[in-house]
Design a protein around this ligand. Structure first.
Ligand code: NAD
Length: 318
């Protein structure tokens, strides 16, 4: 729990980190090229909104060519829908599409001013990527992560072996977009201990240029959104596995009783069952609090490969 004392300590630490930050980072006006790593459901959405709303060219990196092809096909579908609803013209759609430049290698990020990582929620994978980004990207580039739960301070620390050298770690921040990115306005801005004020300002400005509404939160397990949302989803799964209610009743009561577009089990399918488990594990392990214990059924579903909408089967069939 973040007590006022811890909050004050965090704020002081952030101020302290600002004093150490030596490398000036890009300002939002200087974000002339964005990099996005991971062309999955979040990365593709971020890339498309950045091209469409902020009007910046995007280098979209995914090691899996099939994921890139699938992502760009989805972008084409969303743009065609915008044209058919007369929200944009065909010319505008073509221009937006031409701003998306795919690549299967991170070396393509050599000229970006701002990069947003959206690869799966695996700590070691993210640490490796940020260690590489510190080498590949220009020395002013902001290095942002879309992580749902991994400590930003720890991700920032992976950029260097020398903790006194904050030239790269001060440029690490989280821009935690909400799913689906083209629709949800909210974005959580989470700072690590090392994050500089210029980095915070630029990230907020750039998210606003993407048409988003930023909220700031401290680097604490689950941050704000998932600290609140995931125990809710996990509890719904426990209700299902212990027979308190069936799938449709659980979703119906929350949908019709709290005026949300979908119930917690359908939402879990949309987020990804594996992502939900990864976040619950972080909450449980980082706080040591049994109230965050991931449900047994959640673990079993991941073991079965029933990951929700993306795998065709979750609590519902797709
Ligand atoms: P996803 O599985 O849909 O996509 C991840 C993509 O990363 C895949 O296309 C994969 O091929 C690619 N990838 C894997 N290793 C890579 C590497 N080394 N280099 C480049 N690309 C690589 O995942 P997602 O749902 O888009 O989630 C991405 C991140 O966003 C995670 O950290 C997740 O926690 C976070 N997030 C997810 C949601 C959600 O609702 N799904 C919401 C907010 C944040």
């Amino acid at each position: 729990m973040i007590t006022p004392t811890i909050q004050r300590q965090l704020t002081r630490s952030i101020r302290h980190a600002r004093c150490f930050s030596s490398t000036p980072s890009a300002s939002a006006q200087q974000v002339k090229r964005l990099g996005v790593i991971g062309a999955g459901q979040m990365g593709l959405g971020i890339a498309l909104v950045a091209a469409k709303t902020a009007g910046v060219p995007v280098t979209l990196v995914d090691t899996n060519q099939t994921a890139i092809d699938k992502g760009l096909k989805f972008a084409d579908k969303l743009l065609a829908k915008d044209v058919s609803k007369e929200r944009i013209t065909q010319d505008q759609s073509d221009k937006i599409r031409s701003l998306l430049n795919p690549s299967t290698t991170m070396d393509a990020l050599v000229e970006v001013d701002f990069v947003i990582e959206a690869v799966p929620e695996i700590p070691s994978l993210k640490f490796d990527i940020f260690s590489s980004l510190a080498q590949i990207c220009p020395p002013h580039a902001i290095l942002a992560t879309n992580t749902s739960s991994i400590s930003i301070t720890r991700i920032a620390a992976s950029t260097t072996k020398d903790p006194t050298n904050t030239s790269a770690s001060s440029r690490v921040i989280s821009t935690h977009f909400m799913n689906p990115v083209p629709i949800q306005k909210g974005v959580e801005i989470i700072t690590g201990l090392q994050t500089s004020q210029e980095t915070i300002d630029t990230a907020i400005e750039f998210c606003k240029a993407m048409g988003k509404i930023p909220s700031q939160s401290a680097d604490s397990p689950g941050f704000l959104a998932n600290r609140i949302l995931m125990p809710y989803i996990n509890e719904a799964i426990i209700c299902l596995e212990t027979g308190v209610g069936g799938r449709d009743d659980i979703d119906a009561i929350m949908k019709n009783g709290t005026n949300v577009p979908m119930g917690p089990l359908q939402l879990a399918d949309f987020i990804g069952i594996d992502t939900c488990l990864a976040i619950m594990k972080v909450l449980y392990e980082e706080t040591g609090d049994s109230k965050y214990r991931p449900s047994v059924l959640l673990r079993k579903m991941v073991d079965a490969g029933w990951l929700g909408k993306k795998s065709g089967k979750g609590f519902y069939d797709y």
